[in-house]
Design a protein around this ligand. Structure first.
Ligand code: GAR
Length: 192
């Protein structure tokens, strides 16, 4: 069974591109049918369109402080496209309980740290400041607590002497591009 996946982005969309590609190999258990961004200028939108995937921006700014109203607009696009699974990939908005509950058990996220270490932002700066011997990335189910949901997969990346946040971030991102397609495929195979 091929699950219809939407990828939510706010930026460059390199993980999104990896998911689109992985969804096109023979016998993939998912296909990326929609890319959604809260930022109309997100680079990933053009990348998705160039790859032949429907890409829509639902700008959060006109909704002001009403996060749920923005999410209801996003959700309408997801529903219209017949989406079954949502993959957050550099989607940099906190979600309200409404959207989390709406997609409970069907929404996953990638985070650039070895959770439960370093939830939130600036993960690589914090990993280096903490003197961590290794960094990495985590794919997890989305629950109401930020970066707290059950872990579906992790990839480890050694910290090297003289590492910088930029260098570490690039090596972790390369690991993300391998981890996320595999974790999403495994997750889709577990769905009833
Ligand atoms: C990735 O490193 C992803 O793990 C991170 O943003 C980057 C997006 O890059 N996500 C978070 O920090 C979520 N809190 P991409 O747009 O090139 O995939």
């Amino acid at each position: 069974m091929t699950r219809r996946v939407a990828v939510l982005i706010s930026g460059a969309g390199s993980n999104m591109a990896a998911l689109i590609e992985a969804g096109r190999v023979a016998d993939a258990p998912f296909e990326v049918v929609l890319v959604l961004s809260n930022k109309p200028d997100a680079g990933g939108l053009a990348l998705a369109r160039a790859a032949g995937v429907e890409a829509v921006a639902v700008d959060h700014r006109p909704f002001g402080k009403d996060r749920e109203a923005h999410e209801r607009a996003l959700d309408a696009v997801l529903t219209e496209a017949g989406v079954e699974v949502v993959a957050l990939a550099g989607y940099m908005r906190l979600l309200t309980p409404w959207l989390v509950r709406r997609w409970e058990g069907r929404m996953i996220n990638i985070h650039p740290s070895l959770l439960p270490l370093h939830p939130g932002l600036d993960t690589h700066v914090r990993a280096l400041a903490a003197g961590d011997a290794e960094a990495g990335c985590t794919v997890h189910l989305v629950t109401e607590g930020v970066d707290e949901g059950p872990i579906l997969g992790q990839a480890r990346v050694p910290v090297v002497a003289g590492d910088t946040p930029e260098g570490l971030s690039q090596r972790v991102l390369a690991a993300e591009h391998m981890l996320y397609p595999q974790a999403l495929a495994d997750f889709c195979r577990t769905l009833a």
